[in-house]
Design a binder for this molecule. Structure first.
Ligand code: ZN
Ligand code: ZN
Ligand code: FE
Length: 747
């Protein structure tokens, strides 16, 4: 039989996922000799043996790859047989040369590890840091590539003999699992002020209504018993978080089903290796305190994703609130020293450990829409896996994102690396996270950006950062990308499309090139450019940013003194605010859909002032009767140029219903359906003028499930093909991807 030798190169997410052991057992099983190793490009191997066996090897390397591997490409070439080898070996990693390897995301504890965790006979029984090649920390502990223990935050822990034996045994599930450890050699869990079993002691504290700080995978969480009203209320007040919903962790699917309705798609998302927080329709009477998600029909639930969580939830026996460890809008705390400093006054005790977190990474937030997963915050569990963009990036791009819910994106070749959730770029701490994050991604993926994309808003810190970069290095090309164009381009990239489409971008705020604030936009767009096809008729925002915090000002702006009941609630300021709006003093014009929802919420008496972004619209949605399908009418004008859609028509109809005593849930529903009908009318207009049959929906307003459902239903009934977000958020967390693809198509 003829002996052949073939070199193989595999790129993609192939490090830290058990690829070398997989190749080793595959090759030895087939009686092949040769070698396998990691380098900065991914995995390389050489296999030698009978032709049929080598071919079988090449077939199975793709078909049977480990569960966490994401193979991008397998390249092979023939070599001369060596004939002198006796074994197949794993060779040391090489770290020189350009880096093109991919780092995998943090992954929930696998079924094998879970079995060992619960097995009293196993040497890792109840060990809170159990992991293997198929699960455990990755992105959050990686300091540099190649992915090897010395370059992770596991470096200080020297493996004991038994762990080392597993690590070096090609037949073992922990063969070359970089974070492998056990209670003899690995990180230790501690609960301050307690000599007892930290898990049992922590569970007892939670049961007694105490608030705990718990060090997780990507940062510290604050925890309280989800059913304990006083504890959850206390947590809100100490955290200075008034109404924004808290997420809950339940021990497993069965426990989660007691709290919310979970269909197959939602169950798959909840139990996926990424383990996001999933927004679910909450059962009436679910055993969670009212303060967990006040006035919300939905509940954000996640399942345990680290062994520590599994042990803790087994000990508490019921669900706990698990919210990011921070005060108000600061980024999640991830260092031990800052945890004591910042969370000391919130938490009664710290359940912590000595494995450092290298990159702060918040929990991801997702939901399903028509059986498909939809990410609302793409972070822990997903990042840093790249999104593949078919058109590619001819030159490396850094896209700096927007201001709120910031992410950045580094892109090269066909890969777009959208960052973890950085947060609202409004303070020094978040800005530091942003700049350090960019430096880290550049190093990890060896990307030297030549093109810098940014929002057009001159005051965004992300814009200023982009301009500073270009100032410092004149060879960099700057590309300003209009906010809503970026939203639509992001939706196109999310769907692997390039347009042209009708893009409906409805959000709160985005800088318009005409000096007004945009946010209710109908664009005709492709990746390279856009034309403003229509928009909500602009109204003044009396007091500028104050109008965002106080929705009642938008009712004043839209309807003036007609909004009598709102006027009566604000007797001191009403005259001044309506005058400000009428005269256009400190009242920038906006076509924002978010502000239209604000006005409706104020007119219905739902909310006059907000304490988190989008709150008025969220509460208006919660109020709406899902069975009501009637829609308020709204007109489009027939002028030249972009059409204007008259959102005010909806508000007049709302007010009329209100005056004649129609119940608020019906009114709220009719308003939502009115907005959907207005979108439908706008799209029909643009289909007529531009002959386009595809609509892309983007912008944070489409997080509103009622509006989204109504809009998609109407558009599909009219024969439109509708593109929605799935892999990146429709909110500003998706902006960086949009900026990157726009910049690439213009470079
Ligand atoms: Zn495992
Ligand atoms: Zn050990
Ligand atoms: Fe936006």
């Amino acid at each position: 039989m003829r002996t052949v030798r073939t070199a193989v190169r595999v790129t993609g997410v192939v490090q830290g996922v058990g690829f070398r052991p997989f190749v080793y057992s595959l090759a030895t099983g087939l009686g092949l000799t040769g070698l396998v190793g990691n380098d900065t490009d991914g995995v390389f191997a050489e296999v030698e043996g009978p032709r049929a066996a080598v071919e079988e090897f090449l077939h199975r390397i793709e078909r049977d790859a480990p569960p966490l591997a994401r193979i991008e490409k397998v390249t092979i070439w023939a070599m001369n047989p060596a004939r002198s080898e006796q074994f197949f070996v794993i060779v040391a990693s090489e770290s020189s040369g350009p880096r093109r390897t991919l780092v995998s995301a943090d992954t929930a504890t696998c079924a094998d590890c879970l079995r060992e965790l619960e097995d009293p006979a196993d040497r890792r029984h109840n060990y809170p840091f159990i992991n293997c090649t198929n699960c455990g920390p990755r992105f959050t502990i990686v300091r540099d590539v190649p992915y090897d223990r010395p370059l992770t935050t596991m470096a200080p822990f020297a493996m004991c003999d038994r762990c080392a034996a597993e690590y070096h045994d090609p037949a073992d599930r922990r063969f070359h699992a970089q974070p492998v450890c056990c209670s003899a050699c690995g990180p230790r869990l501690t609960l301050d002020g307690s000599g007892k079993d930290p898990i049992e002691a922590a569970a007892a504290l939670l049961r007694n209504g105490k608030i705990l700080a718990i060090k997780g995978l990507g940062g510290y969480h604050l925890a309280a018993d989800a059913a304990a009203g006083l504890a959850v209320t206390e947590l809100r007040s100490r955290k200075h978080r008034e109404d924004k919903p808290f997420a809950v962790m339940a021990a497993g699917l069965a426990a989660a089903r007691e709290l919310a309705e979970i269909d197959d798609a939602a169950a798959a998302l909840l139990t996926s290796p990424a383990r996001p927080i999933v927004l679910l329709p909450r059962h009436q009477g679910a055993a969670v305190a009212q303060a967990t998600a006040p006035g919300n029909r939905q509940l954000g639930i996640m399942l345990p994703y680290t062994p520590l969580h599994h042990l803790l939830l087994a000990a508490t026996t019921h669900p706990i609130v698990l919210t990011s460890g921070n005060v108000s809008d600061e980024p999640i705390v991830y260092r031990d020293d800052e945890a004591k400093e910042r969370l000391g006054s919130i938490a009664g005790a710290f359940l912590t450990h000595d494995r450092a977190i290298h990159v702060r990474t918040d929990d991801s937030v997702a939901r399903t829409f028509r059986g498909r997963p939809v990410l609302l915050r793409r972070s822990r569990g997903y990042v840093p896996e790249p999104l593949t963009v078919t058109a590619g990036f001819p030159r490396p791009v850094l896209a700096c994102g927007a201001e709120l819910k910031n992410t950045f994106c580094l892109a090269q070749g066909r890969h777009a690396f959208v960052s973890h959730h950085v947060g609202d770029l409004e303070n020094a701490e978040t800005l530091r996270s942003f700049t350090e994050g960019i430096a880290h991604f550049r190093r990890l993926f060896d990307i030297e950006p030549r093109v810098i994309a940014h929002d057009l808003h001159p005051e965004y810190l992300s814009t200023k950062y982009a301009l500073d970069l270009a100032d410092a290095d004149p060879r960099l090309d700057l590309r300003g990308v209009q906010h809503h164009h970026a939203h639509i381009a992001s939706c196109l990239a999310d769907n692997g499309q390039s347009g042209p489409v009708i893009g409906v971008a409805f959000d709160g705020t985005g800088y318009g090139p005409d000096g007004t604030i945009w946010g209710g936009e109908f664009l005709v767009a492709d990746l390279a450019g856009y034309e403003r096809g229509g928009h909500l008729a602009p109204v003044p925002m009396p007091g500028g940013a104050a109008a965002i915090r106080q929705p009642w000002r938008m009712a004043a702006a839209y309807l003036g003194d007609t909004a009598e009941t709102v006027a009566r609630r604000h007797p001191d300021q009403w005259a001044a605010v309506t005058a400000m709006a009428a005269k256009g003093v400190n009242s920038p014009l906006t076509s924002s859909a978010g502000r239209l929802f604000d006005a409706a919420a104020a007119l219905l008496g739902v909310r006059d002032a907000i304490n988190y972004e989008g709150q008025a619209a969220v509460e208006l949605e919660q109020l709406a009767d899902p069975a009501e399908l009637e829609a308020y009418p709204a007109g489009l004008d027939d002028g030249q140029g972009p059409f204007q859609a008259h959102g005010a028509d909806l508000l007049h109809a709302l007010l009329e219903d209100r005056t004649s005593g129609v119940p608020a849930p019906l009114i709220a529903a009719r308003f939502h359906h009115g907005v959907a009908a207005l979108i439908e009318a706008g799209c029909l207009r643009l289909r007529e003028s531009h002959g386009l049959g595809t609509v892309a929906l983007s912008g944070g307003v489409f997080q509103n499930l009622l509006l989204l459902t109504a809009t998609v239903t109407r558009l599909e009934a009219r024969g439109f093909r509708v593109l929605l977000h799935s892999r990146v958020p429709c909110n500003d967390g998706g902006i960086s991807l949009g900026q990157a693809v726009v910049a690439a198509s213009r470079s």
